[in-house]
Design a protein around this ligand. Structure first.
Ligand SMILES: NC(=O)c1ccc[n+]([C@@H]2O[C@H](COP(=O)([O-])OP(=O)(O)OC[C@H]3O[C@@H](n4cnc5c(N)ncnc54)[C@H](O)[C@@H]3O)[C@@H](O)[C@H]2O)c1
Length: 281
């Protein structure tokens, strides 16, 4: 869909978007707002705890007065907060919702057991936007969740290097260097996966929230010296039928821990929310 200011200019207010976190995802979203999403939204501010990052981004975007000196200042003049930080986000999300701002959040894991935040968004009439991230099929999972779900399996495959410095791997005495073929290093619940693999939780958390069937989900994490990319496979069975989706991800050039599709899905979520046109569920 091409965005056209003539189509939307008079009937929909241009939304002001503030970006919290100017790393790989935040920077790409900010550039997209400036370059492609301008008919439906504008950039109102940037904030990063590392001020050199926000300053650098402001300069590369060529728009003055974007960098804010604090999070409250960032919140002041925006309609939507994009949260893209790699540290604890709960307070930021809560403050934004208390200020009646819509929130697009990348830290999906923090929403897993956060009924209070969903209740707050409902009370204050603002949206929590959760991009589908690095996995395909979330649209079908959401629809399927309206009828009974029998079982969901998420199989995540990552290169061995993706698990270095993982405490669980060390505690289990798993010698990553000795792995010679495809090996399952974890099989269990969403909550355990989130606890034991904090760097790899976003897809599992998104699947749990989309399906409303956390207790029916089995997470499997596999590695092999032959894997060079991250991939995610969702297998879901229920009254709707049976669906299998497999996503092979290219890494984001700005941050090898982030999949490029996750960045694109955040931009698409923002575009659909601001334009009012949604395709899929
Ligand atoms: N939902 C998904 O599918 C998905 C996919 C990939 C990444 N993520 C998550 O998105 C987040 C951002 O990813 P990224 O690749 O852009 O990370 P990144 O490391 O490139 O950038 C994070 C930025 O946040 C800043 N930051 C950290 N704490 C801050 C604070 N308290 N206040 C302000 N700024 C702060 C850092 O300085 C950094 O610039 C991560 O938490 C990651 O887990 C989600």
């Amino acid at each position: 869909m091409e965005l056209n200011s003539v189509d939307v200019g008079n009937i929909r207010k241009i939304k002001k978007v503030a970006v919290l976190g100017c790393g790989a995802i935040g920077s790409r979203i900010a550039r997209s707002i400036k370059n492609e999403l301008q008919p439906v939204c504008s950039l109102s501010g940037l904030y990063d705890i590392d001020t050199s990052k926000s300053a650098q981004l402001e300069q590369s975007i060529s728009q003055d007065n974007l960098v804010k000196e604090s999070f409250p200042a960032l919140l002041q003049d925006c309609d939507i907060l994009v949260e893209a930080i790699n540290s604890d986000t709960r307070n930021f999300i809560q403050q934004a919702l208390e200020s009646r701002k819509n929130v697009l959040t990348m830290s999906v894991g923090k929403l897993l057991n956060a009924e209070d935040l969903f209740a707050l968004s409902l009370k204050n009439g603002c949206a929590i936007l959760i991009p589908s991230g690095a996995v395909a099929g979330i649209d079908a999972v959401k629809s399927a969740s309206l009828a009974p779900i029998k079982k969901i399996t998420l199989t995540t495959r990552k290169p061995v290097s993706g698990f270095s410095q993982n405490r669980y791997i060390e505690d289990q005495g798993i010698n990553l260097g000795a792995i010679t073929g495809e090996t399952c290093i974890f099989e269990g619940s969403v909550d355990d996966a989130v606890r034991l693999f904090p760097r790899n939780i976003n897809v599992a958390a998104t699947l749990a929230l989309a399906s409303h069937a956390k207790s029916k989900i089995v997470i499997r994490i596999l590695t092999s010296p032959e894997y060079t990319i991250n991939s995610h496979e969702i297998d879901i069975q229920g009254d709707f039928g049976h669906m299998v989706s497999r996503t092979e991800n290219v890494i984001c050039p700005d941050n090898p821990k982030t999949s490029y599709l996750a960045v694109l899905s955040a931009i698409q979520t923002l575009k659909e929310f601001c334009s009012g046109v949604r395709i899929g569920t």
